[in-house]
Every structure is written in structure tokens, then in C-alpha cells.
Design a protein. Structure first.
Length: 106
């Protein structure tokens, strides 16, 4: 089942939950962008988020996050650092290697 993403539960049943081809490759590990997005949604200042891989010269991908802040939240360097720290706490493999872009809804 090359290319499939899944897991076995405690009863030994296999659950297919996605495709590896939609994952990013970072420092020898596959990272699912939707997992990072779910983490971002856990931050109190994030209204919407999307994460996609940016290809580098080597085999690694750089994750890029597009974030819509909640109404009234100012997207500045302080917020970017807060979110970076928040995500790195859950995904240490990313540490500082994530690119941020904040966008606002009209």
C-alpha cells in the first residue's frame, strides 16, 4: 500500500486515513500539513489556516503557513513568534523552519 497513510488500532485493525503523497518531507520525516493546520487552529488568535510545502534545493520541504487572524488581532512580529513557539511545542521537527504569511478578510 505504498503512498497510503494509516495506522493500526489496539485490536490490530488497519485504518487508512490519507495519502503520504500529500505529506511534506522534513529532516527525514513525513509531516502532514493538516496536522499543522489543526495545531494552528488551537492558537487563540488564529481564525483560519492553510499549510503547504515549499520545495527546497535538497530533499526537504519548508512548511509555509497562511494564517487569517481572528477579528481584531494584529498580525505582527510578536504574533508570528507566539505562533511559531506554539507550533514548535507540538512539532519540534519544525522549530524555526516555518514561513508565515498573515492575510486579512475584507
Amino acid at each position: 500500500m505504498a503512498g497510503d497513510l494509516g495506522y493500526y488500532n489496539h485490536d490490530g485493525r488497519l485504518f487508512l486515513v490519507g495519502r503520504i503523497k500529500s505529506t511534506m518531507f522534513r529532516l527525514g520525516k513525513h509531516i502532514n500539513p493538516s496536522d499543522i493546520e489543526q495545531c494552528l487552529y488551537g492558537h487563540p488568535s488564529v481564525a483560519e489556516a492553510a499549510v503547504l510545502p515549499l520545495k527546497r534545493h535538497d530533499t526537504d520541504d519548508d512548511p509555509a503557513a497562511i494564517i487569517v487572524p481572528k477579528h481584531g488581532v494584529v498580525a505582527d512580529g510578536t504574533l508570528a513568534e507566539e505562533i511559531r513557539t506554539f507550533v514548535a511545542g507540538n512539532y519540534s521537527i519544525l522549530n524555526t523552519q516555518i514561513l508565515w504569511t498573515f492575510v486579512y478578510k475584507k
